[in-house]
Design a protein around this ligand. Structure first.
Ligand code: DLL
Length: 434
């Protein structure tokens, strides 16, 4: 099913000419209304009227998260506050959050894109949608909420936390669609088992999961343990919130990015050079319809590639490969680049190991060290020490074979690694900051 046939299947040529027109408009708008952009454009020596084609986008300067911080809280808004109807902010572990504002039209567009996304994921008006994304400054809860209402589903606005109650409601109300982070979906399955319940017997059929990186292997694990089709949804507050891109249930392979609202590019994260479709690099997004806080060439720091081949679902919007992680989550261990998702893939392939792990990076003398703490299941844990040692050695070898680095493996008892109700934290880097 397609929510908005006209726009979702627009022939490429028409889509690109719409993008060009909207790009010109947004360039003019931000130049005229946001002093920061005027300064940036002037510094780069480009006037908005010089933007005549999609290729000209490359002449515009990038916008960074730091630019949002420097203009905290409202400096990048392109509309006066009396036209802003909603404000969200990203959590940000250190310092001030990044703040975004939406006009009435922005909220309508967001709702439309979430309705498209939910429909692409296979949800519809007959569904009871259990929304366990956090409501609040985080965009997940409210973003999903309005989209779900728009498609006519019955939304249960659970928000995060209170896991036992979530399970009771989910079972008693007959929830059919679950929206939360991938890690929380697994936690729900585990907590259900502790209560003597089998979540697979609930009425859940689809999970629309995102807000954190997860591997294909983790998807398989979730589909098996929760008994759902697990669909990947992507977004970030700086650009919109959830619903920037989503997998379609037909292909479950790559996330369609809604190109009538966003222009994606891939760049080399170090040199900033644009890379061709198909090459992996950092995702850069320009919003072409947003009014409250338009973003020009925003560097997301998310690592992916663009899949330009047509999709079997009939949508013409290109796809992004599942995010491999963030450039700032990439660990450099003894000179080797390591994404936590690569280690996750190794772990998920090994029998007896649970999908709960933590990576601890440290420095001994001048040498970086990596310890992989991973839970083993009850049965394995009660095995003889020899069996456990064999398992450790196997994990260590597979990581070495894949990434070329040695690490220490620490097998830990089931349920000792902290569970999360939102975004999971899987890395602790204790190295002194340079
Ligand atoms: O996480 C918005 C969202 C809510 C997306 C609910 C999906 C579902 P932020 O808190 O601003 O917004 O965090 C955005 O989370 O730059 C990525 O690094 C990461 N992220 C989001 N979705 C995915 C995904 C929301 N599907 C940051 N896969 C982004 C991998 C994701 N990483």
């Amino acid at each position: 099913m397609i929510w908005n046939d006209e726009f979702e299947t627009l022939p490429r040529e028409a889509l690109e000419s719409l993008q060009t027109k909207r790009l010109q408009q947004v360039a003019e708008r931000v130049y005229a209304t946001v002093p920061f952009y005027k300064q940036q454009f002037d510094k780069a020596g480009v006037k908005p009227e010089k933007i005549k084609s999609l290729d000209d986008l490359r002449r515009l300067p990038f916008t960074l998260k730091q630019d949002m911080r420097d203009n905290y809280p409202y400096g990048l808004f392109a509309k006066p506050l009396d036209q802003i109807v909603r404000i969200h902010a990203s959590s940000g572990t250190t310092g001030k959050p990044t703040v975004v504002g939406y006009t009435k039209r922005d909220i309508d567009n967001w709702t439309e894109l979430m309705a498209r996304s939910f429909t692409a994921a296979g949800a519809n008006r007959g569904d009871i949608l259990h929304n366990a994304y956090g409501y609040g400054l985080f965009t997940g809860g409210l973003g999903a909420h309005y989209g779900a209402e728009k498609i006519g589903a019955s939304v249960i606005p659970m928000s995060g936390g209170n896991t036992k109650k979530q399970l009771m409601i989910m079972q008693d109300f007959g929830s059919t669609v679950l929206t939360c982070t991938p890690s929380y979906s697994l936690y729900l399955a585990e907590a259900a088992a502790e209560e003597g319940l089998d979540i697979r017997k609930f009425k859940l059929r689809i999970g629309i999961l995102g807000a954190e990186p997860w591997s294909e292997k983790l998807r398989n694990e979730i589909e098996e343990k929760v008994g759902i089709k697990a669909i990947d949804i992507y977004g970030l507050s700086e650009i919109l919130g959830p619903g920037v891109g989503i997998e379609c249930i037909e292909a479950q392979s790559g996330l369609h990015i809604w190109e009538d609202h966003f222009i994606p590019e891939i760049i080399d994260p170090i040199s900033g050079e644009s890379l061709p479709d198909g090459e992996q690099g950092e995702l850069v997004i320009t919003t072409i319809t947003k009014e409250g806080i338009p973003m020009i060439r925003y560097r997301t720091r998310d690592i992916t590639r663009i899949i330009a081949e047509p999709c079997i679902c009939g949508r013409t919007h290109r796809r992004l490969e599942r995010m491999c992680g963030r450039s700032d989550d990439m660990l450099i261990i003894r000179g080797v680049n390591v994404y936590p998702s690569q280690i996750e893939s190794v772990l998920m392939d090994i029998e007896g190991v649970e999908p709960h792990y933590m990576l601890i990076v440290d420095r001994e003398g001048t040498l970086d060290t990596l310890e992989v703490q991973v839970e083993v299941n009850e049965q394995t844990f009660s095995d003889e020490i020899k069996v456990l040692q064999g398992l450790s050695r196997r994990i260590e070898k597979e990581i070495k074979d894949l990434l070329g680095i040695s690490c220490r493996i620490r097998l830990v008892e089931p349920k000792t690694i902290a569970r999360s109700e939102g975004k999971a934290q899987r890395v602790i880097d204790n190295r002194p900051k340079e």
